[in-house]
Design a protein around this ligand. Structure first.
Ligand code: GLN
Length: 451
């Protein structure tokens, strides 16, 4: 049924970069055989899933939305995809994304434009916009994404679905093509909070292949999503995330959610997190710095594309030609920003300062969680913008992640759940944030208020 749905709508939506019908059916048959052989499979066995094309998969291409990885077949599976195969999920295909996960609209993909199923002239969010569109268009019930600055929560918000960023280190980065390693976090997309929790639980937990993986039990997210009550909880509204720049319909749905939380028995208080205002500029120093280092590995020798290797050129010339042709403009912009911020003489003023701001943001979270159980805000200042509207204005594009970036800088758990439609008829997301390893709280509150 999902393959039929993909065939019917993906020409218009453009969520998938790769779907192989034969391979999907073969996986499904293999799961039937495992069942028939008496194997005990988990609750998601047989459920189809779409993976963001940033997770390595041995039986399918993996491009990270970049031309530089065109034609590359990874020799190993990411931990997330391997665990989900083991749990019996069927991989439907790989989804479109902003090149190397840099963007908020999926317009930075080297391959195609993905459209928002609510309005095909609008963006599906990014960078995991192929995954959000696939779930919102009922092409897949579940999908994976990665969230470095908001790339799961923001696309979930603008397509009216659920997307969670687990605690940093709660889900493995092994086999996830790196953007900014201290921020990158794999997480789930689904149409309900409980579905997202089931997926979260299926791929999370300690992985010795990832040096920053946390060796602690997975927070009880499924139990929390089933519980879905907020009685006795104190909810903090982040004071800094409102006002100018926020669409009135977004603020109206947010205010209604506050009333809903109170009517369900939560105590709602206003909390100030003064350093959250500096999260966006700090992120745009830290993320490009890490990316400039991570993307050095695309050197024309190890993976994918190689340009100009005709026996007349030096290795350096081939590298330069390959990188010039293989990387898109946003990736080049980030590499230049990051190289500059890390260079000797500027390191302390830019990268060093941004790391200090990161600590201040962590302290804001610590102080807030001394008073409240969760923090809430709109997920994004506006609903889905039009395709092309912000494509030539990086600053306007970066603002889409204003509210989501603090949780990445501090490593906290966070979720976006749908909370109604704005006056323009487009979905609005509510963001819920909890302390590190407090993932169960965001699912508990999210399940109580999703609508
Ligand atoms: N939009 C942000 C960026 O472009 C976040 C991306 C992400 O979370 N991968 O960096």
């Amino acid at each position: 049924a999902h393959l039929d749905r993909v065939a019917a709508v993906d020409g218009a939506v453009g969520a998938f970069l790769h779907v192989d019908e034969e391979a999907v059916l073969a996986q499904a048959r293999a799961i039937d055989e495992r069942r028939a052989a008496g194997e005990e499979l988990g609750p998601l066995a047989g459920v189809p899933i779409a993976h963001k094309d940033v997770f390595t998969t041995t039986d399918m291409p993996t491009t990270a939305g970049s031309k530089i990885l065109q034609g590359w077949r990874p020799p190993y599976d990411s931990t997330v995809t391997a665990r989900l195969r083991e749990a019996g999920l069927v991989i439907l295909g790989k989804t479109n994304m902003d090149e190397f996960a840099m963007g908020s609209s999926t317009e930075n993909s080297a391959y195609q434009t993905t459209r928002n199923p609510w309005d095909l002239e609008r963006i599906p969010g990014g960078s995991s916009g192929g995954s959000s569109a696939a779930v919102a268009a009922y092409q897949a019930p579940l999908a994976t994404g990665t969230d470095t600055g908001g790339s799961i929560r923001q696309p979930a918000a603008v397509t009216g679905i659920v997307g969670a960023k687990p605690t940093y280190g709660g889900s493995s980065r092994y086999g996830v093509i790196a953007f900014a390693s201290s921020l990158d976090t794999p997480g789930p997309f689904a149409r309900t909070v409980l579905d997202a929790a089931l997926l979260h639980e299926a791929f999370s937990g300690h992985d010795r292949m990832d040096a920053t993986s946390i060796d602690e039990p997975v927070p009880p997210v499924v139990e929390a999503a089933r519980r879905a009550d907020v009685t006795g909880l104190t909810v903090g509204v982040v004071k800094e995330f409102a006002g100018d720049g926020y669409q009135p319909g977004v603020l109206a749905r947010f205010d209604e959610t506050v009333e809903l939380l109170e009517s369900l028995g939560a105590k709602v208080v206003e909390v100030s997190c003064p350093n959250f205002t500096y999260a966006l500029p700090a992120y745009y120093l830290i993320a490009p710095s890490e990316c400039s280092s991570n993307l050095a590995r695309f050197d024309a020798m190890r993976y994918g594309l190689r340009v100009g290797d005709d026996g007349t050129r030096s290795a350096e010339e081939v590298m330069a030609l390959t990188r010039a042709e293989g990387f898109g403009p946003e990736v080049k912009r980030r590499i230049m920003l990051g190289t500059y911020a890390l260079s000797s003489g500027y390191y302390d003023a830019y990268y060093g300062k941004a790391q200090q701001v990161r600590t201040l943001i962590q302290r804001d979270f610590d102080a807030a969680f001394g008073q409240v159980d969760v923090l809430i805000s709109p997920t994004t200042p506006t609903t889905a913008f039009a395709i092309g509207e912000r494509a030539d204005d990086p600053m306007a594009m970066y603002l889409a992640d204003l509210c989501t970036i603090p949780a990445n800088l501090a490593g906290n758990a966070a979720i976006s759940v749908p909370c109604g439609l704005s006056g323009d008829g487009l979905p609005v997301g509510l963001q819920i944030m909890a302390p590190v390893l407090g993932d169960d709280r965001v699912y508990r509150v999210g399940a109580a208020v999703e609508r």
